[in-house]
Design a protein around this ligand. Structure first.
Ligand code: HEC
Ligand code: HEC
Ligand code: HEC
Ligand code: HEC
Ligand code: HEC
Length: 461
C-alpha cells in the first residue's frame, strides 16, 4: 500500500511537473508569438525570388561587394554549417523542449528556405537555393516588421516585381518597379535580424538595441553609415552616377581592417623611475573609438577580446603581468583561467560524462572583455538558443573608456636600464577550445590584432 501510495505520489509529482513544464513552454511560446506577430513560414516558394546572379546583370558592383561579405555566406560558411547541423538540428532532435529550434536559425541565415518551409534545408554541398543566404531579393522585398521592436526575423516580406529602396526616385530601371521605403535607411531594418531573443526570453543578440541606447543613434548615426558607407558611384551599370551610393560592404568581425584600431590603448606608469623591490603600477586606458554598438556585439556567446601585458627588460627577459582584480560581481569570467565550461554541448552531441572543455585558453591572468551566456543546465554556453541567463557584461560600450591597472613588483634579478611594457589587444570570433573540439576551420578562431601599445620605464640597480 505504501509502495502504491509512493508510486502514486511520484506519478502526481511527475504529472504536475509535466503540466508546469507544458504551461511554462506555452507561456514562452505565446509571449514570443505575441510579440513577434505572425511569421511568414511556408508562405512563399524559392521561385518567387530572383537570384543574386540575376541582379548582377545590372548591379554588378553591389553584387561583387555582397559576394565578399558574410551576408552571402550566412548559410554556407563552415562554422555556421557545423553549429546548425551538429548542434541546433541535433538539439531539436534530442530534446523535446527544443523541437523546431533549428527552424528559427533559417529565418535569419537563409530566409528563402524559411519562407519556403524547406527545413532543415539541404546541406550547403548540394548547392541548393538555400545557399543564397541573405540575398539581394530577400532584403529588397522587406516592407516592414511586425512589432515595436525589430527582432527574430519579424519581417513582412513580399517578393515580386517591386524592389524597396530608400533612394528618392522610382524611375530608371528597365527590369523592375521601385518603391520608396524609408525603413531601408533605418537601423531598425538591420535589427530585424541583428536582435535575437532565445526561447527563454533572453536577448542573445542585441546589436540594434545597443546602438539605440548608445550615443550614436541620438546623433542620427545608423548601421548603414558604418557598414554601407556612402561612396561616389553608379548604382547600376546603365544608371545614374550618385555622389552617395550605398556601398554593400557589410564588413564586420570577419574583416581585419574593420576590427583593427577599434580600441585605442594608452599606458602610463605611476612614475618614471624605480629600483628593484618596488611596485610599479601601470594604468592602461582603452577607448572604443569605432563601434556604434558594443564591442564585441552580435554572436557574443562565441567572441572574446583580451588584453595581454608583458614587461621586457634590457636582457630580453619577459615577465607576464596579470591584471589587478577590481572586485565586481562575476569578475572571474573576465580573467582568463583554466576553468572548464560548455558542458551543455553534451546534449546535442549525446556525450556521457562530459566534463567540458577549457573556457577560453588564453594566458591565465589576462583581462577578457566579454559577456558569458548561461544554459538552463547552469553551465556557460556557446549555444545562444540554450541561454536562460546572461552574466556580467564586461564589453566596451560605444565611445566607452575602460581602465585596467597592472601592479608589477620589480624583481631583484631584473636587468637594470630601460624596461619596456607592452600591451596587445586580441580578438577571437570563437573561443579556441570550442573551435578545436568541434573541428571548425582554424581561420574561424585565429587571434586577430585589435591594437597594441608600448611604453618604457627606467630601472636603477
Ligand atoms: C534577413 C536578415 C538580415 C538582415 C535584414 C541584415 N542582416 Fe546582417 N547578417 C545577417 C546574418 C544571418 C549574418 C551572419 C552571417 C554569418 O556569419 O553567418 C549577418 C552578418 C552581418 C555582418 C557581418 C558580421 C561579421 O561577423 O563579419 C554585418 C556587418 C552585418 N550583417 C550588417 C548588417 C547591416 C548594417 C544591416 C542593415 C542594413 C543588416 N546586416 C541586415 C542577417 C541579416
Ligand atoms: C559608428 C560606426 C558603427 C555603427 C553605427 C554600427 N557599427 Fe557595426 N561595427 C562597427 C565596427 C568598427 C565594427 C568592427 C568591430 C566589432 O566587431 O565590433 C563593427 C562590427 C559589427 C558586426 C560584427 C560584430 C562581431 O563582433 O561579431 C556586426 C554584426 C555589426 N557591426 C552590425 C551592425 C549593425 C546591425 C548596426 C546597427 C544596428 C551597426 N553595426 C552599427 C562600426 C559600427
Ligand atoms: C536589367 C537591369 C536590372 C536588373 C536585372 C535589376 N536592376 Fe535594379 N535597377 C536597375 C536600374 C537601371 C536602376 C536605376 C538606377 C539609378 O538610380 O540610376 C535600378 C534600381 C534599383 C533600385 C533602386 C535604387 C536606385 O539605385 O535607384 C534597387 C533597390 C534595385 N534596383 C534592386 C535590384 C535587385 C534587388 C535586383 C535583383 C532582384 C535588381 N535590381 C535587378 C537595373 C536593374
Ligand atoms: C542585408 C540586406 C541587403 C542585401 C543583402 C542587399 N541590399 Fe541592397 N540595400 C540595402 C539597404 C538597407 C539599402 C539602402 C541603404 C540606405 O539607404 O542607407 C540598399 C540599397 C541598394 C540599392 C540602391 C543604392 C543606393 O545608393 O541607394 C541598390 C541598387 C541595391 N541595394 C541593390 C542590391 C543588390 C543588387 C544586392 C545583391 C547583390 C543587394 N542590394 C543586397 C540592403 C541590402
Ligand atoms: C534573429 C536572427 C538570427 C537567428 C534567429 C539566428 N541567427 Fe545566427 N547570426 C545572426 C547574425 C545577425 C549573426 C552575425 C552576428 C555577428 O557577426 O556577430 C549570426 C551569427 C551566427 C554564427 C556565427 C558566425 C561567425 O561567423 O562567427 C553562427 C554559427 C550562427 N549564427 C548560427 C546560428 C544558429 C545555429 C541559429 C539557430 C539556433 C541561429 N544562428 C539563429 C542572426 C541570427
Amino acid at each position: 500500500m505504501r509502495m502504491i501510495n509512493q508510486f502514486k505520489n511520484q506519478m502526481n509529482m511527475k504529472k504536475s511537473r509535466l503540466i508546469f513544464q507544458i504551461g511554462f513552454l506555452c507561456i514562452v511560446f505565446l509571449s514570443i508569438s505575441l510579440t513577434i506577430g505572425p511569421q511568414q513560414q511556408n508562405e512563399y516558394t524559392y521561385d518567387q525570388f530572383q537570384t543574386p546572379e540575376y541582379c548582377n546583370q545590372c548591379h554588378n558592383l553591389f553584387y561583387q561587394q555582397w559576394d565578399r561579405a558574410m551576408m552571402s555566406d550566412a548559410y554556407t560558411h563552415k562554422w555556421d554549417e557545423i553549429e546548425y547541423f551538429d548542434l541546433a538540428v541535433a538539439h531539436s532532435r534530442n530534446d523535446p523542449d527544443m523541437e523546431k529550434v533549428h527552424e528559427t536559425c533559417n529565418g535569419c541565415h537563409t530566409p528563402m528556405a524559411f519562407l519556403a518551409g524547406d527545413m532543415p534545408p539541404p546541406k550547403p554541398e548540394s548547392n541548393s537555393r538555400a545557399n543564397e543566404s541573405v540575398s539581394c531579393d530577400v532584403c529588397h522585398s522587406i516592407k516592414d516588421y511586425t512589432s515595436d521592436t525589430p527582432f527574430n526575423h519579424n519581417y513582412v516580406i513580399e517578393p515580386g516585381d517591386t524592389k524597396m529602396s530608400s533612394r528618392g526616385s522610382t524611375e530608371g530601371s528597365p527590369d523592375h518597379n521601385i518603391k520608396i521605403n524609408d525603413l531601408l535607411g533605418k537601423a531598425e531594418f538591420c535589427g530585424i535580424c541583428h536582435n535575437e531573443k532565445s526561447p527563454f526570453g533572453i536577448w542573445v543578440k542585441s546589436t540594434h538595441l545597443e546602438l539605440k541606447e548608445g550615443p550614436y543613434y541620438a546623433e542620427g548615426v545608423v548601421c548603414q553609415d558604418c557598414h554601407m558607407p556612402d561612396g561616389p558611384s553608379k548604382t547600376a551599370k546603365m544608371g545614374n552616377f550618385y555622389d552617395h551610393a550605398k556601398m554593400h560592404l557589410f564588413n564586420g568581425a570577419h574583416d581585419k581592417g574593420k576590427i583593427w584600431g577599434t580600441i585605442e590603448i594608452g599606458i602610463a606608469p605611476d612614475r618614471q623611475e624605480y629600483v628593484p623591490g618596488e611596485p610599479a603600477v601601470f594604468t592602461i586606458t582603452l577607448f572604443n573609438q569605432k563601434t556604434g554598438h558594443k564591442f564585441p556585439t552580435g554572436s557574443v556567446e562565441d567572441r572574446i577580446v583580451w588584453l595581454h601585458v608583458e614587461a621586457i627588460d634590457e636582457e630580453g627577459n619577459t615577465y607576464h603581468l596579470p591584471v589587478d582584480k577590481k572586485g565586481f560581481n562575476g569578475e572571474e569570467y573576465t580573467i582568463a583561467s583554466d576553468a572548464l565550461a560548455y558542458q551543455d554541448l553534451s546534449i546535442p552531441l549525446q556525450l556521457d560524462n562530459f566534463k567540458g572543455i577549457r573556457r577560453e585558453d588564453v594566458p591565465i591572468g589576462d583581462r577578457i572583455f566579454r559577456m558569458p551566456y548561461f544554459s538552463p543546465q547552469g553551465t556557460m554556453t556557446i549555444m545562444q538558443w540554450n541561454t536562460d541567463s546572461l552574466g556580467v557584461d564586461y564589453r566596451f560600450g560605444p565611445r566607452e573608456t575602460k581602465t585596467e591597472t597592472y601592479t608589477f613588483n620589480i624583481p631583484y634579478d631584473i636587468a637594470p636600464g630601460e624596461l619596456a611594457v607592452k600591451a596587445v589587444l586580441n580578438y577571437r570570433l570563437l573561443v579556441k577550445p570550442v573551435g578545436e573540439f568541434l573541428e571548425v576551420p582554424e581561420e574561424e578562431y585565429q587571434a586577430m590584432l585589435v591594437n597594441e601599445q608600448q611604453t618604457q620605464i627606467t630601472i636603477y640597480p
